[in-house]
Write a protein that binds this ligand. Structure first.
Ligand code: UDP
Ligand code: MG
Length: 324
């Protein structure tokens, strides 16, 4: 394995922020103290994902005080995965670190990421061995989901892993070469390959504020994860259709037999309702699965930009309009 023992890479830290006014300054201070100790060059890119509180004002204060702080302000809330993508696209670093704004991911781990990177790994991701301050439902559903995902898809996504990770430039460029709309970043990173390794950590409680991932967004995220990497739900749908038609056929034979060879009469209303409700359910389910995939095809063919940028701050290079 290629060793980077001597190198001092330029580090880009990408932080998506959505209504994180309560934590943002604290987060930056902790990040900064970690990054200063690494004695390498760095930039911290905050992506303001359409926050409605005074996150932007606080970010601008940081921008004016610290040349290492850069801000990408999106035109509205595009969601966590798109915000991360926007940050990665603007990152200049030899390595890119993704981290949440709420300090659930301890920045101190970045030093260990870098050690592994120096040993030659291209992706170093953090594996949660324990999660503090999250509801049992969130822990349970996340655990089930990742196990299900590995069964339902062909890409092996490491269990209990979020987006907190370090990526080498080759991985970042591969990631940016994938233009799909519904981005499930941790899956895409696993999918590209290269040398990857996990290191364990304890996921802390949010420092302040509330989770920006309500159940609705979590379900969306989970569906994106499965549909981005597998057609298997479509196969399940056809299997379901097949078994229900066999069931229907057996039912027909049974009814005909009773009608022709016995004197017992099939009770009309109950049996009709059972058949109608059962078939109706199966059909809607299968249509729903089809709809998910067709919706995704539609999103892809429209080929709209992933996001729009309202303002860029402290970016000096390129054709971007720096508004500093
Ligand atoms: N986030 C974002 N856009 C969103 C939702 C969340 O940029 O629409 C950011 C949020 O500010 C945080 C990170 O994504 O930095 C993770 O969100 P959160 O901590 O709320 O998720 P949880 O840890 O509860 O899963
Ligand atoms: Mg969080």
């Amino acid at each position: 394995m290629y060793s980077r023992r001597q190198s001092t890479p330029f580090i880009s830290v990408v932080v998506p922020v959505y209504n994180e006014s309560l934590v943002i300054e604290h987060t930056y201070q902790r990040l900064r103290s970690v990054l200063e100790q690494l004695s390498t060059l760095y930039e911290v890119i905050f992506v303001n994902d359409g926050s409605q509180d005074d996150t932007q004002a606080k970010l601008l204060r940081l921008v004016h005080l610290q040349p290492e702080v850069k801000v990408v302000e999106l035109s509205r809330n595009f969601g966590h995965q798109i915000a991360v993508t926007a940050g990665i696209e603007h990152a200049q670093g030899d390595v890119v670190v993704l981290i949440d704004a709420d300090l659930q991911d301890p920045p101190e781990l970045i030093a260990q990421f870098l050690d592994k990177w120096r040993q030659g790994y291209d992706v170093v991701y953090a594996v949660r061995v324990q999660r503090e301050g999250e509801s049992w439902f969130k822990r349970w559903s996340a655990g089930r989901f990742y196990r299900f995902l590995n069964r339902a898809t062909d890409v092996q996504i490491p269990l209990d892993t979020g987006d907190f990770r370090l990526m080498n430039r080759n991985v970042v460029d591969s990631l940016l070469a994938m233009h799909e709309r519904h981005r499930f970043i941790r899956g895409l990173v696993s999918w590209v390959g290269f040398e990857q390794i996990g290191i364990p950590y304890v996921r802390a409680e949010r420092v302040a504020g509330v989770s920006k991932y309500p159940l609705r967004k979590m379900v969306r995220f989970a569906v994106d994860g499965v549909t981005s990497f597998s057609h298997r739900p479509l196969q399940w749908a056809s299997k379901l259709g097949f078994s229900s038609s066999i069931l229907g056929f057996v039912g027909i034979l049974a009814i005909l037999y009773m009608k022709l060879f016995t004197h017992s009469v099939v009770r009309g209303w109950t049996s009709l309702m059972v058949v109608v409700l059962f078939l109706g359910g199966v059909q809607l389910l299968v249509l729903g699965i089809l709809g998910e995939y067709i919706g995704r095809i539609y999103d892809e063919v429209r080929a709209r930009p992933l996001y729009f940028v309202k303002g860029l701050y402290n970016f000096k290079h390129g054709s971007e309009t720096s508004r500093d």
